[in-house]
Design a protein around this ligand. Structure first.
Ligand code: NAD
Ligand code: LMR
Length: 340
C-alpha cells in the first residue's frame, strides 16, 4: 500500500516537473484582429503557455502591451510588421495560430475569400517553414479547406513538410454542434460530444448525429439541425451585418484546440480533437485532407480515427462533402503551383 502510494507520488511529481519545465512559446499571426485579440487573451490565461508572440500587419505591439499587464506568468511580446519582426515572432514557437486574413460579409461564401487570403496564408506559411519548421501550424484563416493545402504545398516546396504538424482548425463546428444539440434536448452542452467530419464550409461540414447521444433526432428536426451546424457561420455573418464573422466563439474554439495540443505535448494521453489534417480516409476520393477525430500527442497527430458507423443519411452527406472538398483542396494546391 505504502509502496503503491510512493510510486504514485513519484509518477505525479515526475509528470508535474516535466510539465513545469516545458517552455511553450505560442505565436499568433493576425493578433490584432477580431479573432486574434480574444484568442491572444485566452492564450495569456493558459498556464501552459510560457511565451506569447503577437504579430500582425498592424497593431501587434499595442495588443501585446495591453495583454502583457495581465498577471499571469507568461512573457508577451508584440512584433513589428517587418520580415525580421515576423521571423523573430516565429522563432522557437511550439504552436503557431493563424487567424490572419479577411472575414466574410453577408452574401459571401468562404471560397469568396480565397483571392485575398490565399496569398496571406502562403506568405505566412513560408515564414513559418523557414523560422520554425517543427512547430504545430494551426490554420484558422478561411477558406480552411484550401488554406491548409496551401500550407502543405509551401512546406513541401521547402522540404520541411510534416503532415503530423499541420492542422485546419474545425473546432468551432464541433463546439456549435454540441451547443445546438443541447438547445434542442435541454441538456448541458458539456455532456454533448458530436463528431463533425469533412471540411469547414457548407456541405463539407458533416455532423454525425447517429454517433452522438441523440441518434433519435430524425426527420425535419434532424434536417434543420444539420443545416444549422453546416451554416452556423452564416448565422453569425448575417447577424453582424457587414462587421465580419464569428470572432469570440472562434477564439474560444482556437484556444481549446491549442490547449489540447499543449496538454498532449506535455504528456496527457487520449486527447482527441476533430481537426482537418492530411488524412488517409478519403484519399481515394481526391481528398488528401479530411477532418475527423484525431488523437494528439507530443509529435502532433498521433492517430487518425476511422469515421466509424454512419447511417444512410450521413453517407449521402459524406458524398456531397467529398465532391466539394476535393475541388477546394485542388484549388489550394493549384494556387501554390501557379503562384509559388
Ligand atoms: P479580422 O479582419 O478582424 O482580423 C484579421 C487580422 O489579420 C487583422 O488584424 C489584419 O491586420 C491581419 N492580417 C492581415 N494580413 C496579415 C498578414 N499578412 N500578416 C499578419 N496579419 C495579417 O478578421 P477575423 O474576424 O479575425 O477573421 C480572420 C480569419 O479567420 C478570416 O479569414 C475568417 O474567415 C476566419 N475564420 C475562421 C474560422 C474557423 O472556424 N476556422 C472561424 C471564424 C473566422
Ligand atoms: C465560421 O464558421 O464562423 C467561420 O468559418 C467564419 C465564416 O465565414 O463563417
Amino acid at each position: 500500500m505504502f509502496a503503491a502510494r510512493q510510486a504514485f507520488n513519484f509518477s505525479q511529481r515526475r509528470a508535474f516537473s516535466a510539465s513545469a519545465r516545458q517552455a511553450s512559446k505560442v505565436t499568433v499571426l493576425g493578433a490584432s484582429g477580431g479573432i486574434g485579440q480574444p484568442l491572444s487573451l485566452l492564450m495569456k490565461l493558459n498556464p501552459r503557455v510560457t511565451e506569447l508572440a503577437l504579430y500582425d500587419i498592424r497593431g501587434g505591439p499595442g495588443v501585446a502591451a495591453d495583454i502583457s499587464h495581465i498577471n499571469t506568468k507568461s512573457k508577451v511580446k508584440g512584433y513589428d510588421p517587418t520580415p525580421s519582426g515576423l521571423r523573430e515572432a516565429l522563432t522557437g514557437a511550439e504552436i503557431v495560430l493563424i487567424p490572419a486574413g479577411v472575414p466574410r460579409k453577408p452574401g459571401m461564401t468562404r471560397d469568396d475569400l480565397f483571392n485575398t487570403n490565399a496569398s496571406i496564408v502562403r506568405d505566412l506559411a513560408k515564414a513559418a517553414a523557414d523560422a520554425c519548421p517543427d512547430a504545430n501550424l494551426l490554420v484558422i484563416s478561411n477558406p480552411v479547406n484550401s488554406t491548409v493545402p496551401i500550407c502543405a504545398e509551401i512546406y513541401k516546396s521547402k522540404g520541411v513538410y510534416n503532415p503530423k504538424r499541420l492542422f485546419g482548425v474545425t473546432t468551432l463546428d464541433v463546439v456549435r454542434a454540441s451547443r445546438f444539440v443541447s438547445e434542442i434536448k435541454g441538456t448541458d452542452p458539456a455532456d454533448e460530444q458530436v463528431t463533425v467530419v469533412g471540411g469547414h464550409s457548407g456541405v463539407t461540414i458533416v455532423p454525425l448525429l447517429s454517433q452522438s447521444n441523440h441518434p433519435d433526432i430524425a426527420g425535419e428536426q434532424r434536417d434543420e439541425l444539420v443545416n444549422r451546424i453546416q451554416f452556423g457561420g452564416d448565422e453569425v455573418v448575417k447577424a453582424k451585418d457587414g462587421a465580419g464573422s464569428a470572432t469570440l466563439s472562434m477564439a474560444m474554439a482556437g484556444a481549446r484546440f491549442a490547449e489540447s495540443l499543449l496538454k498532449a505535448a506535455q504528456g496527457t494521453k487520449g486527447v482527441i480533437e476533430p481537426t482537418f489534417v492530411d488524412s488517409p480516409l478519403y484519399k481515394d476520393k481526391n481528398c488528401d485532407f479530411f477532418a475527423s477525430r484525431v488523437e494528439l500527442g507530443p509529435n502532433g497527430v498521433e492517430k487518425i480515427h476511422e469515421i466509424g458507423k454512419v447511417n444512410l443519411y450521413e453517407e449521402k452527406l459524406l458524398d456531397a462533402c467529398v465532391t466539394d472538398l476535393a475541388k477546394n483542396i485542388r484549388k489550394g494546391v493549384d494556387f501554390v503551383q501557379a503562384n509559388p
